[in-house]
Ligand binder design. Structure first.
Ligand SMILES: Cc1cc2nc3c(=O)[nH]c(=O)nc-3n(C[C@H](O)[C@H](O)[C@H](O)COP(=O)(O)O)c2cc1C
Length: 363
């Protein structure tokens, strides 16, 4: 039997990615029964994706989905090392088992940017989340909850958002990915639909003005303060934060961070808990490690390092680990809209034809 590649890749492509850039490439070899995963570096050349780290995290999330879908469809899936630029090679083996349905959560998981209602997650559910989202190969998950901890994080994330969106290059890179012309509730096959960002008509207008305004005018108008207050409010209403911590700075670890984050997100979804990555701190960390010198200088190396030191101090339990992914979680109604996806073939770059199911004899 040939593996159900289309269904498996459909599930992989439902993974989250920074600004919905869908930076994965799948190299399909149906004869060998393998799928290679790579980063398509052209999908997100923005400064938020310095060194393509955010893209590798997204590929990790796609890999987690791919493995789960293959298993559900009755196929054994083994991850093998592969020569760069391939990040991972998945070998599919027919286990001869029954094909079951693909987990509902793979398609249902969504970024929910609404305000959350502040209700705490029960001890029992937190224990379940910890078990289900256990990290891979030294990557760890930390669930930060409690009114004694969240306000300081809210303040810090607010300042990180103000720093990131306060920089003209980063703000414009973000604004370019928002489809301000899309109608209410309308998705977009890539990039961000206004409804998924919960933008009011007033917000849309403000973003249009922002696109055209010079930096000095925005500073004068206090745009940084607006981003700061918004992020702060969003964290204050959350039940908690999930921090995924990496043991090192290796590229291969980014893939494991993505897989671990996706495990956590799917586990949250199954419990009816909403989530939204809030990555400004880690995007800034990434700029310091892998970004261009000019950008680092204009952001202020000392300022960004200071924010990261604060994060480390707020989470002493992470020790020497590197914070690699941060998201808020909590209870909220469904989002007003969701981002769309490109069709599967847009991400498939090689395709060896399948072996015929019933090869003709004697031919
Ligand atoms: C590496 C990474 C970084 C992200 N950073 C943010 C973020 O800072 N803020 C945010 O609202 N969403 C963030 N997202 C969520 C994406 O915008 C979202 O996954 C994408 O738009 C697709 O939408 P969906 O998650 O609803 O399928 C991030 C996702 C990934 C994988």
């Amino acid at each position: 039997m040939n593996p159900p590649i289309e269904a498996i890749l459909g599930a992989a492509g439902a993974a989250p990615s920074g600004d919905n850039t869908q930076p994965w490439r799948f190299l399909v070899d149906e004869r060998e029964g393998t799928i290679g995963l790579r980063v398509d570096e052209e999908r997100d050349p923005s400064p938020m994706n310095a060194g393509q780290r955010m893209a590798r995290i997204a590929v990790g999330a796609a890999l987690e989905n791919l493995l789960r879908a293959a298993e559900a469809l009755g196929w054994g899936a083994q991850v093998e090392d592969a020569p760069p630029p391939t990040l991972a090679l998945v070998r599919l083996r027919d286990r001869g088992g029954e094909a079951g349905p693909i987990e509902r959560a793979l398609a249902d998981r969504v970024t929910n940017r609404r305000p959350y209602d502040g209700r705490p997650v029960s001890e029992e559910d937190l224990a379940l989340l910890e078990r289900r989202a256990r990290g891979l190969d030294g990557v760890r998950t930390h669930w930060i909850v409690g009114q004694d901890r969240l306000p300081a994080w809210a303040d810090l994330i607010g300042r990180a958002d103000a720093t990131m969106f306060g920089h003209p290059d980063m703000r414009l890179a973000f604004l370019r990915k928002v489809h301000l012309d899309a109608g209410d509730g309308e998705g977009a096959p890539e990039g961000l639909a206004p409804s998924s960002l919960e933008l009011t008509h007033g917000d849309r207008l403000a973003l249009r003005v922002m696109r055209r305004s010079p930096d000095w005018l925005l500073r004068l108008g206090g745009a940084g303060r607006v981003f700061r207050a918004k992020a702060r409010q969003l964290v204050l209403g959350a039940s908690g934060l999930l921090l995924v911590v990496a043991p090192d700075d290796d590229e291969a670890t980014d893939l494991l961070v993505g897989r671990t984050m996706q495990r956590a997100w799917l586990a949250l979804d199954e419990l009816g808990i909403s989530a939204q990555p809030m990555m400004s701190l880690l995007v800034l960390d990434n700029v310091l490690r892998l970004g261009e010198a000019k950008l680092i200088e204009s952001l202020g190396r000392g300022h960004v390092s200071g924010l990261l030191e604060e994060a480390q101090a707020l989470a002493p339990e992470i020790g020497e680990g590197r914070p690699a992914f941060l998201m808020r979680f909590g209870y909220a109604p469904a989002p007003s809209g969701r981002s769309g996806r490109l069709p599967v073939p847009a991400s498939v770059v090689a395709h060896a034809p399948p072996v015929p199911e019933h090869p003709g004899r004697g031919s």
